[in-house]
Design a protein around this ligand. Structure first.
Ligand SMILES: Cc1cc2nc3c(=O)[nH]c(=O)nc-3n(C[C@H](O)[C@H](O)[C@H](O)COP(=O)(O)O)c2cc1C
Ligand code: SF4
Length: 529
């Protein structure tokens, strides 16, 4: 391989994409419809058909993913004009706007976007999600070309310097995984892109797959090159059909453009990519369970060590990275490690995508610099609580994490623990709960989810998680005594410390955080308080 051959090969790819774009849009207006799983539930399929049929020959309809402002879905854009909550009745206005720039636009979304810093989500909602040319013309795959012009060790070093940590929940440095797998002399090596996302309140990987599938793919190719991987598997949740379609299309297009397969960009590097659908269930996102399901074994975790980088899929070295982690990699390799370090905080450079739901005015996915406060996400991006609502507590990080009282709203977003009572950032779910939602209801929901999703392999989690639900039910029915709260706390600690995998090891967190912050309120609910 030579740096020159990669660069000239890539220049050819960029030129070909630019030609394709120039031909497609010559003298035509670009009309973009955001088609994603959120807009699908608002009828975007029919809308897209109606819009396409109504557009004159002077316009081209482009299908993009959702830009994150799910509260406004479905969205159609014509140049700088942005039409929100569009129905088929609005189509004639949109068609007239092709000639009339005076038409009313949406002013509501700017406060949603302004406080964000977009790296992984950049271009989501504007780039054609089903055509590679848009992504390449927007600077896509330049990070891959830059990587292939360097040695794998240099790529690992660059990502190490950037400080990028995994966004799937454990926040382990991405570069160390790649290095560890590379240093194991056994082949083939595998990369698994973890797009399982089976946790309630998290929908950011779906947005990435549906909006910028090539960015995940580009990150996966770079990671594979760095770690010496020859086969990559993109593991997508069993229900995320649109995500799977867009990722499949991305893989095929990248193959056609010589960005995948043999001798990628004349670098001598070969990589095959396969899409696998998840087996269903939260625990399938846990990395060792995920590997078992790919191998056709039971949906249960494996003991660690050995860690996957040493002995993973089919006992071969395996790197497992979250989709968002990989989607942050092209930025680093295009702009350098220092560019990522300029965003976020010292311990956690870069951004985090937050899935924002609950009683705020503006719900959706938002990418913010690490270190941003929950308050900024809730008040500035989310627009605060809806009229008639008042925030009671914050559900942060999903069922493996816990709840925070409103007094903790100035907590900074960063990887790992946000509070040592068991509240962690996890994959970045933020559910803003109304004060009318009862503490026990929240605790029960989270505890019941963990009990339902427990795979049953180890006793503490299998027996402990339903017992926690029983105790909460007993207290909710008014039959609880103070000793039940003690037992609940004891059980949460035992399940956390004695369980085999991350599901059980964090299943006590919702209880422990609720007791820490709302213990007095809980005590009042017992009959001997
Ligand atoms: C119960 C459970 C579910 C998980 N689900 C996911 C998931 O859906 N997606 C994901 O990337 N990581 C998930 N993880 C974390 C993975 O085990 C693993 O740490 C991650 O994929 C590594 O990628 P990263 O280093 O890029 O974060 C889960 C962990 C547990 C314990
Ligand atoms: S902790 Fe729960 S999910 Fe994990 S192995 Fe044990 S029973 Fe299964």
């Amino acid at each position: 391989m030579s740096k020159q051959s990669v660069e000239s090969e890539f220049a050819g790819v960029v030129a070909s994409s630019s030609n394709n774009i120039a031909e497609k849009f010559a003298g035509k207006t670009r009309v973009t419809i955001q088609w994603s799983h959120c807009s699908a539930s608002a009828g975007v399929e029919r809308l897209a058909g109606d819009l396409d049929a109504a557009l004159p020959d002077s316009a081209v309809l482009v299908v993009a993913g959702c830009d994150g402002a799910c509260f406004e879905t479905p969205v159609v854009t014509v140049g700088a004009e942005r039409y929100v909550r569009v129905t088929s009745d609005d189509i004639s206005d949109i068609v007239s706007s092709l000639h009339d720039s005076e038409i009313e636009t949406d002013a509501d979304s700017q406060p949603f976007f302004d406080p964000q810093t977009r790296i992984a989500l950049e271009g989501c909602g504007t780039l054609d999600a089903e055509n590679i040319d848009d992504y390449i013309s927007d600077g896509g795959y330049a990070g891959l070309a830059a990587s292939l012009s360097r040695t794998p060790e240099e790529v690992i070093e660059e990502v190490k310097t950037s400080g990028l940590r995994g966004r799937g929940g454990a926040y382990f440095p991405a570069s160390l995984k790649w290095e560890a797998a590379r240093n194991v002399h056994n082949s083939p090596r595998y990369l698994i892109v973890n797009c399982e996302e089976g946790e309630p309140g998290i929908f950011k990987d779906r947005h990435l797959m549906e909006g910028v599938p090539h960015r995940i793919l580009e990150g996966a190719i770079i990671a594979s090159y760095a770690a010496g991987v020859s086969e990559a598997i993109i593991y997508i949740n069993a229900e995320a059909n649109l995500s799977a379609l867009r990722m499949e299309a991305a893989v095929l297009a990248a193959q056609e453009f010589g960005l995948l397969g043999e001798n990628i960009l004349s670098s001598g590097f070969d990589l095959q990519v396969e899409i696998r659908r998840g087996a269903g269930g939260y625990v399938c996102g846990e990395e060792t369970t995920l590997m078992n399901t790919i191998e056709g074994q039971r949906r249960e975790p494996r003991l660690r060590p050995p860690f996957p980088t040493e002995s993973g899929l089919w006992a071969k070295p395996t790197v497992i990275n979250n989709a968002e982690t990989l989607a942050s990699v092209p930025f680093i390799m295009t702009n350098g490690a220092s560019a990522l370090r300029k965003v976020g905080i010292e311990s956690d450079p870069g951004t985090k995508i937050i899935s924002l739901s609950g009683i705020v005015n503006r719900t959706g996915v938002a990418e913010v610099a690490m270190g941003t406060t929950l308050r900024a996400v809730i008040d500035e991006i989310g627009g605060g609580p809806r009229e008639g609502c008042k925030i009671g507590m914050l559900g942060v990080g999903g069922p493996s994490s816990g709840v925070l009282p409103i007094s903790m709203i100035d907590t900074q977003i960063k990887g790992g623990m946000l509070h040592d009572a068991g509240v962690m950032l996890g994959a970045g779910g933020l559910i803003v709960l109304d004060e009318k939602v009862g503490l026990l209801e929240v605790m029960r929901n989270l505890a019941a989810f963990n009990a339902d999703e427990s795979c049953g392999k180890c006793t503490p989690c299998r027996e402990g998680t339903p017992r926690m639900v029983d105790l909460i039910d007993k207290i909710a029915a008014g039959d609880g005594k103070s000793k039940d709260i003690e037992e609940l706390e004891y059980l949460a600690r035992v399940v956390n410390s004695a369980s085999l995998c991350g599901l059980g090891q964090a299943a006590g967190n919702p209880i422990l955080s609720a007791l820490h912050f709302f213990g007095d309120e809980m005590a009042l609910l017992t009959s001997d308080s």
